[in-house]
Design a protein around this ligand. Structure first.
Ligand SMILES: [Fe+2]
Ligand SMILES: [Fe+2]
Length: 283
């Protein structure tokens, strides 16, 4: 049985101490096997912000972490560093063994995670997926055991639900989506737009494979940089039935014997707790 916690856009430097404390308390009470952190760990890529973020992640216990940098994690204010060593600060506190394509994969219990670094030194906000990255991720997905839940982690989304957010899609999303779907991805795990949702990504007209693939998106988990009315949020992805026992689980794909589900948890300022909001059968 495997349970993954998905957090994102912590933006250390703008974190809300009460939300941080609640998150820690609630996560420590859950049987989390691995944490996915989908970028924007800091607000301005300052060393003390990375240090505080690291200390917080370590305080959650000895849980494996798969993290990728977001656009806020490369320096905006030091062009020299941005050009020559954009990930120096990130790597100091979150050493990550990316391959030459900026991709890393990990097997976490019964889930296979493939994370891709989509930030670019020459693009401040919008990320990009190169054709080599798209192919590399597809190769790793195909190699993963067929029974595993296969997730791709990318800071910027490949799918959005509001038309106004289309400008925030990672460059190359249109190419990567059909390729990764055909290669067996069950979901794309992202942050960046600070809007939580879990929805199936509709297949395009020209996609030969009609396999379901989900956009698993969370908001900022602990920062003040809330967008519109979306509260702080995280996701739980699990094949452990008791995690989802307490409320209804939606089944938009009409799966017969689903085993993996995902739950959107939102912070409720009244009760000062994260509460499960909507839950879905994924696979
Ligand atoms: Fe962000
Ligand atoms: Fe971002």
């Amino acid at each position: 049985m495997t349970t993954l916690l998905h957090i994102s856009d912590l933006h250390f430097g703008t974190e809300i101490p009460e939300v941080l404390a609640t998150l820690k308390q609630q996560v420590q009470a859950m049987p989390v096997d691995a944490i996915i952190l989908s970028g924007d760990l800091t607000q301005r890529a300052r060393l003390h912000q990375f240090r505080n973020c690291r200390a917080f992640i370590d305080s959650l216990g000895n849980v494996p972490l798969l993290a990728i940098p977001g656009n806020h994690d490369i320096s905006l204010w030091c062009p020299w560093e941005r050009f020559f060593t954009p990930y120096r600060r990130y790597q100091k506190y979150f050493p990550t063994d990316f391959d030459r394509y900026g991709v890393i994969s990990a097997q976490c219990g019964e889930a296979c995670l493939v994370a891709v670094r989509s930030t670019r030194r020459y693009r401040h906000i919008h990320g990009e997926l190169s054709s080599r990255q798209i192919d590399r991720v597809a190769r790793l997905l195909k190699k993963a055991p067929s029974k595993a839940l296969k997730l791709v982690v990318c800071h910027q989304p490949l799918h959005v639900t509001d038309q106004e957010d289309e400008a925030d899609l990672v460059r190359g999303a249109d190419k990567a989506t059909p390729v990764w779907r055909a290669a067996g991805a069950d979901g794309i795990v992202s942050g960046h737009i600070h809007q939580p949702f879990i929805v199936p990504i509709p297949p395009g007209q020209d996609v030969p494979s009609q396999r379901p693939m989900w956009a698993i998106q969370t908001g900022t988990t602990v920062s003040r940089r809330l967008r519109d009315n979306y509260p702080n949020a995280f996701n739980i992805i699990s094949n452990q039935a008791q995690i989802f026992e307490t409320a209804e689980i939606e089944n938009p794909l009409g799966l017969n014997r689903p085993s993996w589900g995902a739950a959107l948890w939102l912070y409720d300022f009244k009760s000062a707790q994260f509460l499960p909001y909507r839950q879905y059968w994924l696979k």
